[in-house]
Design a protein around this ligand. Structure first.
Ligand SMILES: Cc1ncc(COP(=O)(O)O)c(C=O)c1O
Length: 404
């Protein structure tokens, strides 16, 4: 097999076909690296040559992927299940909790809808109440962002928890502003009031250090196609050990059962419909897996573990510090948190008065700067492969794109 370049921070040798000169859309969709392309090709090739004979090989690879995800999150692999992505994971959790009528779920205004819709559907189905909390003000018209936004969040959360709540759902990092939430303190507060914390991790996992076990997060859902550098349509669910027994596999499938595949491999007499369910989160892996997605994710997580998430995060902070200073000089208003613990790998800005976001984004893309435009902000989201040397180019193209 051909040797591939060694992954290195600040180098994009593993993304040779990427067209954009500065790819800053990792908070949207990441391009696959050569390692991912090779792993997907390997999976395809196994199935092309072996057919069903490839199944046990890739069942083993799924096991290995759980191990790698466990290392990434610093939790036991048995507490992780591979799923079709964030929304799917959140839906299974939202429909798997042992709800009682009238229980309250706390949501934040401004969250990505993937972390709202499933809870709304569960609220409708199980007759739950939704409580909405604000996120810290960070837009120009709402006042400057506070030095430590976590104080704002915790204050509102505690007031809400005092009224009684069963569960709080939040993203580890807010998709539009990049605000990193104080998850450890939020989990501690939730537990103090008898509530649980469910986290959408897709804007953090892979680039923002997140020791999920230490933070005592109860549930975490994540997809692969952003900071994990995998592909769309695969992700994972984490369930804290203490919470697993209470989950009900309401959205289950044939592989949610213990020995669910026995009738295919052990001869007659094993086709039954009353097998007990596997414990959560294993019961969430209810059907044949997305083998190409898991091949991609295994390759990318392996690379991220090798590079080290702490080192990746530090590199991106260095990049964003320089970029933020330059964009501010161009008249943009950064909504990045001032407090380092509230920062993530996203830098979003409001454009100067009169600039049209859509037009600026289009000009930037045309010029080879791939950025995204969530909720009216302009979002710059680099990863380990972005080189600090490209920052003057990004700033020059932004200056030109802002010209009337
Ligand atoms: C915070 C957040 N959650 C969820 C998603 C979508 O996840 P999935 O497509 O895996 O359901 C996104 C972005 O696409 C996001 O920014």
């Amino acid at each position: 097999m051909q040797d591939l370049p060694i992954p290195r921070i600040g180098r994009r040798d593993l993304f040779p076909r990427l067209q954009a000169r500065a790819y800053l859309s990792h908070a949207a969709i990441s391009p696959p690296s050569l390692l991912v392309e090779r792993a997907v090709q390997e999976a395809l090739s196994d199935y092309a040559t072996l057919g069903v004979g490839a199944f046990p090989l890739w069942a083993e690879r799924r096991e290995q992927l759980r191990g790698a995800l466990g290392r990434l999150l610093q939790v036991a692999p048995s507490l992780v299940a591979v799923t079709p992505g964030t929304t799917h994971s959140i839906t299974q959790l939202a429909f798997g909790l042992p709800w009682r009528r009238g229980e309250r779920v706390v949501l934040f205004r401004g969250e990505f809808p993937a972390n709202v819709t499933p809870w709304q559907r569960a609220a409708e189905h199980f007759d739950l109440e939704l409580d909405w909390l604000p996120l810290p003000p960070c837009r120009r018209e709402e006042g400057a962002s506070p030095e430590d936004p976590s104080g704002f969040v915790l204050e509102h959360l505690e007031r809400c928890l005092r009224r009684g709540a069963r569960l709080v759902a939040v993203s580890a990092v807010q998709f539009q502003t990049g605000l990193r939430m104080p998850l450890t303190a939020m989990a501690e507060l939730c537990h103090r009031y008898g509530a649980e914390l469910a986290v959408d991790g897709i804007q953090a996992c892979g680039a923002v250090p997140l020791a999920v076990g230490d933070a005592k997060i109860d549930y975490l859902a994540c997809g692969a196609h952003k900071w994990l550098l995998g592909v769309e349509g695969v992700g994972f669910t984490y369930v804290r050990k203490e919470r697993a027994a209470a989950l009900v596999p309401r959205l289950a499938g044939w592989l949610s059962h213990e020995a669910g595949e026995a009738f295919l491999v052990e001869g007659s007499g094993h086709l039954r419909y009353d097998r007990p369910f596997k414990p959560a989160p294993a019961c969430f892996e209810g059907s044949s897996s997305n083998v190409l997605g898991l091949a991609a994710l295994q390759a990318s997580v392996g690379m991220l573990l090798e590079l080290g998430v702490e080192s990746i995060f530090d590199h991106i902070q260095g990049y964003l510090d320089l970029l933020e200073a330059g964009l501010t000089e161009l008249g943009c208003h950064s909504v990045r948190a001032r407090h380092p613990e509230s920062r993530s790998c996203i830098l979003s800005v409001q454009l100067p008065e009169g600039a049209s976001g859509g037009a600026v984004i289009a000009r930037l893309r045309q010029a080879g700067v791939a950025v995204s435009h969530p909720d009216g902000l302009v979002r710059f989201a680099p990863h380990f492969s972005n080189d600090l040397d490209e920052i003057p180019f990004v700033l020059e193209q932004t200056r030109r794109a802002l010209r009337p």
